[in-house]
Design a protein around this ligand. Structure first.
Ligand code: AHR
Length: 319
């Protein structure tokens, strides 16, 4: 009778209660990631990088797509807080309006990592680190390329600008960096500037409006990302002009689509902005969970690709 009781108790006990857990059976880190959306080729590559690196690192990833709406990102962050995930990471669609939800995460003792885009807040204790590009420097690189290209041209050089999402860090900073460089010479004039929300469809639509209003006066298009430039190229061709020749086109990201446009002679230069942030993010998440200190800012290293090098570089492109 006694023996039977012991056996029943053993059968009912969970495995972990009888055996010490080996190290490899530890619970995986749970990471909640609130993505901006799927607005561009860049974003698709960024999502892919985050998903595949989480899998490789053995991190349990909870992923949400906010469809470019701040309220959806806030909802996703709140749901990660409710689920008590180990770490929250997100790429803020716009810079402002995050303090309330990030204070909630802080009170719940859940560390937050910013990836790709920064927030504007007086309280930098609301996040542990920010991993991503220097968008202002990207704008400067675009400006320097143009200044060099137009050396010896007396001007005026009329520029139209397709801005990214209103209020987003890349739109604000890429504009600022570009203007900082071109203002050194009054021959450069931004004659139109409007948002194309980082999408091809909007880039095309706004470029059509620019062409209608300014026509052949336009010498240069500066697009805050490749997708808008690719949309604008279509609009320029439909207007009977030659993109890359009649209108010089400068954009940012360095996605494969931009390389194809450069190889076709339709886009003059793309400033690199790497979306491959997944491996760095996973390593930072592990460090945070291990109690290691991480730098407050991790800047992505990037180059610039004029059309002349596109064919040579294309086989090396990973996104
Ligand atoms: O935040 C990075 C920017 O967002 C990329 O340049 C753009 O393509 C994306 O949508």
């Amino acid at each position: 009778m006694k023996r039977r009781t012991v056996l029943v108790a053993m059968a009912a006990a969970p495995l972990g209660a009888m055996l010490p857990l080996p190290a490899f059976a530890q619970k995986p880190i749970v990471l909640g990631f609130a993505q901006v959306g799927a607005e561009s080729e860049w974003r698709t590559a960024n999502t892919q990088s985050i998903k595949s690196s989480a899998q490789e690192a053995g991190i349990d990833l909870k992923f949400s797509d906010a469809q470019q709406k701040q309220e959806n990102q806030i909802k996703a962050i709140r749901s990660y807080i409710a689920q008590k995930v180990d770490v929250i990471a997100f790429s803020p669609v716009v810079e402002t309006g995050w303090d309330t939800v990030l204070v909630e995460a802080k009170n719940a003792k859940i560390p937050v990592v910013l990836t790709d885009r920064a927030i504007s807040s007086k309280d930098d204790t609301l996040y542990v680190t920010f991993i991503g590009s220097d968008f202002t420097e990207e704008g400067r690189k675009a400006g320097r390329w143009l200044v060099e290209k137009e050396k010896g041209n007396a001007g005026p050089i009329n520029i139209v600008e397709l801005q990214g999402t209103v209020g987003s860090a890349p739109a604000i900073d890429r504009k600022k960096g570009f203007e900082e460089i071109i203002k050194s010479d009054p021959k450069f004039k931004i004659i139109r500037s409007q948002t194309g929300d980082f999408t091809r469809a909007k880039g095309k639509e706004v470029m059509e409006a620019f062409l209608k209003a300014e026509g052949k006066k336009i010498n240069v298009l500066y697009a805050h990302n490749d997708d808008m430039a690719i949309g604008a190229i279509q609009a320029i061709e439909e207007a009977g002009m030659k993109p890359g020749k009649d209108i010089i086109i400068i954009s940012v990201d360095g996605v494969k689509g931009a390389f194809e446009a450069m190889m076709a002679g339709k886009l003059n230069v793309s400033v690199e902005c790497s979306p491959l942030l997944g491996p760095q993010l996973m390593s930072v998440v592990k460090d945070i969970k291990a109690g290691k200190s991480v730098p407050k800012r991790i800047v992505t290293q990037e180059g610039i690709f004029p059309m002349e090098v596109a064919a040579k570089e294309f086989p090396n492109r990973k996104y």
